[in-house]
Design a binder for this molecule. Sequence first.
Ligand code: ADE
Length: 254
Amino acid sequence: MTRADTPWRATILTLYPEMFPGPLGLSLSGDALARGDWTLEARNIREHGLGRHRSVDDTPAGGGAGMVLRCDVLAAAIDAAAVGAATGADDPRPRLLMSPRGRPLTQARVRDLAAGPGALIVCGRFEGVDERVIAGRGLEEVSIGDYVLSGGEIAALVVLDACVRLLPGVMGKMESGVEESFEGGLLEYPHYTRPRDWEGRAIPDVLSSGNHAAIARWRRAEAERITAERRPDLRDGSVAGQAGSRSITGPSRS
Ligand code: ADE
C-alpha cells in the first residue's frame, strides 16, 4: 500500500537547501520519493532575511561569541512554510528544531512521526536560535545524539530517513516485519550467511540444525547478551521511549 493520495510531507527550513534530498534521493527513500509516498520541500530561511544582505542572524544579547538566528526571520520562514494560514496555525505537522540540546530521538518518537502527516524541520546553524521563537512557534527540540554537528541538516536527514523507511510500502515485506518481531527493547542478534566456514570462523551449529525453536531461543539469548553488554539502559528503562518497546535495530532477513 502506498499513500500516493496523501503523501507524508516533509518541509525543511535551512540555510543550505542544496543539502536535500542528498542521500535520501537514493535507495529506498529515493524510490519512495519518486513514487510520491512522501514529499520533500527544502526552503531557504534566507528568503526571509533582512535588508540588502538578507541577514538572518545577529550577535547574542548579553555578549559572547558566535551569532544567533533571529526569531523574527525564523518565524517568518516557518509561517510561510506552514499550510493554510499566515500564522501556520492550520498546519497539523509537528515542528522539530534539530539541536544538540533537544530530547534524544527514539524509535518510539520516529514511529509516531511516521504515523502522522509529516514534519516541518528547522535546521539550526550558528550558536543557536533566539529562544523566543521556540515557544512562539511551538518547536520541539530534537537531538540525534550527544555530540555536536556543524548544523541541523545532517540531523534532519537522519530523522527523515528513520521516518520514511516506516511509511507503508517503502520497505519490502522482508524488512518491514522486523520492528514487530523484536519485542522488549532488544538489540538485534548476529546474522550469518554463506560460506559456512570462513577464515577459521564457522557459523554457530544451531543455525544449521533446522530446529526452529532452538534457533529462536539462540537468537533471543544472543539479543539479550548483546543488549546487556552494549546497552543495558535499553532494558532497565532509563532510555525514554525505549523500555518495553521494540527493537531499535535495523532490518533482518528473519
Ligand atoms: N545540531 C548540531 N548537533 C546536533 C545534534 N547532535 N542533534 C541534532 N541537531 C544538531
